[in-house]
Design a protein around this ligand. Structure first.
Ligand SMILES: Nc1ncnc2c1ncn2[C@@H]1O[C@H](COP(=O)(O)OP(=O)(O)OP(=O)(O)O)[C@@H](O)[C@H]1O
Ligand SMILES: [Mg+2]
Length: 269
């Protein structure tokens, strides 16, 4: 059954380990879907510890934001920021030094509202760690971001298990590939992640440039290796959105789980 096209396809960017590139990929995926595929995209910053989407774009987070919406101080539309160059909709997180702990009911209500908005894609940038069980059902897909090193890969295996517990579709994005900071070779990575859908995003200087220019890397140079990889990620999601869930159900029953594979590579089981 094809997906209801009025319902947004909701993607959660997640990782167990911090600093692997969730925000960078969430932003550039949103941009690639917006300008290359012409989708209507809403990007939501739920990382209330660092509010890094605003930081990456140089937006002053003085207006209302995610926390205000959750706690009912403002509504969704009022908290939205339009990134004018490409008409990308963003709900930024308020920058605050206090730890934000939403009430569970409010948190659930917020996600159920997101799932009813009129966008093609809603991309949620999360803080590191497991997502809350109660909102799992609102997401169509989890992009588990990892770097090619053992610690991050092990964290990803736990995240993959967490997704499987919730019967949530998920794929891996292996980011910063080719950087000497990380220790797994391509063959090892391919062996590990073999059958589970995954994409490789290279280490690229354009990302550093984008941080200093406060402009998404994809908009600085669409032909960079990083941007070409983002095109592939965006293309895979465009396909996923169009094809609905039958194929993925097939994938889930015929392919060994990521965790099984990882266990074999790292722990010999
Ligand atoms: N493909 C890449 N090439 C080069 N640098 C990258 C790439 N991806 C991310 N980075 C850099 O890695 C650092 C961490 O990225 P980012 O902030 O997106 O990670 P994160 O997972 O969102 O972190 P956190 O867990 O703190 O939210 C940043 O300095 C970013 O510029
Ligand atoms: Mg982040």
């Amino acid at each position: 059954m094809p997906m209801d096209t009025r319902k947004p396809f909701m993607i959660l960017m997640a990782s167990q380990k911090g600093g692997v590139g969730k925000t960078t990929l969430a932003l550039n995926l949103a941009v690639a879907l917006r300008i290359n595929q012409n989708f209507r995209v809403l990007l939501v910053d739920e990382d209330t510890d660092s509010a890094s989407i605003s930081e990456q774009l140089g937006i002053k987070a003085e207006g209302s934001g995610y926390q205000d919406v959750i706690s009912g101080k403002t509504d969704l539309k009022q908290a939205m920021f339009v990134y004018q160059p490409i008409d990308l909709y963003i709900i930024p997180a308020n920058s605050s030094t206090e730890k934000f702990k939403p009430k569970l009911d409010d948190f659930i209500r917020f996600h159920s509202k997101l799932a009813r908005l009129d966008y093609d894609f809603v991309i949620v940038d999360n803080m590191p760690g497991f997502f809350a069980d109660e909102v799992a059902r609102y997401f169509d897909d989890v992009a588990i971001v990892t770097t090619p090193d053992r610690i991050s890969a092990q964290g990803s295996s736990k995240m993959s298990e967490h997704c499987e517990r919730h019967k949530l579709e998920h794929r891996l994005i292996i980011n910063r590939f080719g950087s000497s900071k990380f220790d797994l070779e391509r063959a090892e990575v391919e062996k590990m992640y073999g059958d589970l859908a995954f994409q490789i995003v290279p280490e690229d200087k354009i990302v550093e440039e984008s941080v200093s220019k406060r402009r998404p890397a994809y908009l600085i140079d669409r032909t960079s290796d990083f941007s070409l990889a983002m095109d592939e990620v965006a293309g895979a999601y465009a396909l996923k959105r169009r094809s609905g869930s039958i194929q993925s159900e097939f994938e889930r029953t015929t392919k060994p789980s990521f965790f099984e594979k990882l266990g074999k590579v790292f722990f010999g089981r």
